[in-house]
Design a protein around this ligand. Structure first.
Ligand code: MN
Length: 206
């Protein structure tokens, strides 16, 4: 089960622009989102809708399109579904602080199967430590694998890897060449500059 109560407890809704958790429409295709987050440590938050929440990992180097690259993905707490389209400035000391943009978003398909070739629900696959999904984003397309590898002996450390399919491309580096939000066109730097101009508290994020 998710730990949304922990998420809600960690935030003070009256001082942060992040949305409260709400439900999605039944029948909606499951969503993935990748939010670039310029905080004390810069990372990309990968989130997969499953079991009514967003299963989440923080990826310090961001997702790769090269199937030979494995990227550390640190499991973080489940987020509410309507966090998926959040972007903006989060005051320092509030949930990590910094700036967030929706770097990529779209539906995904579950590729994870059990030994009999039957589809395994994503929430179960995450609990078992191996999930494969097909992303249909604007920047990322095709299969990705998340494996609970416990890198460095750390319980939260997973590995994210592109599957070798038509969406694989060793020459692309979209986290650096395509930084703009797919929703607003803004970069995290532009969000920080706007917050600065508006006199919002917190660091500017350089
Ligand atoms: Mn984050």
């Amino acid at each position: 089960m998710g730990d949304l109560e922990a998420y809600r407890r960690r935030r003070e809704m009256d001082v942060t622009p992040e949305p409260p958790g709400e439900e999605r429409e039944p029948g909606d295709r499951p969503l993935f989102v990748i939010q670039e987050h310029e905080a004390s440590s810069h990372h990309w938050d990968l989130r997969l809708e499953a079991d009514g929440v967003l299963k989440s990992w923080a990826v310090p180097k961001g997702p790769a399109t090269d199937p030979d690259e494995q990227r550390l993905a640190i499991r973080t707490e489940d987020h509410p579904l309507d966090y998926a389209d959040f972007e903006g400035h989060i005051p320092q000391d509030e949930y990590g602080g910094g700036e967030v943009v929706v770097w990529d978003i779209g539906p995904y398909r579950n590729l994870t199967t059990d030994d009999d070739g039957e589809e395994k629900p994503v929430a179960v696959a995450v609990e078992q430590g191996h999930v494969e999904v097909w992303l249909e984003g604007e920047k990322l397309r095709g299969g990705y694998r998340l494996v609970h590898a416990r890198v460095g002996g750390e319980e939260d450390n997973w590995l994210l890897q592109k599957l070798d399919d038509d969406g694989a491309d060793a020459r692309r580096n979209p986290t650096s060449t395509e930084p703009a939000s797919v929703l607003s066109g803004r970069t995290v730097e532009e969000v920080a500059a706007e917050a600065d101009e508006a006199g919002e508290p917190g660091e500017a994020g350089s």
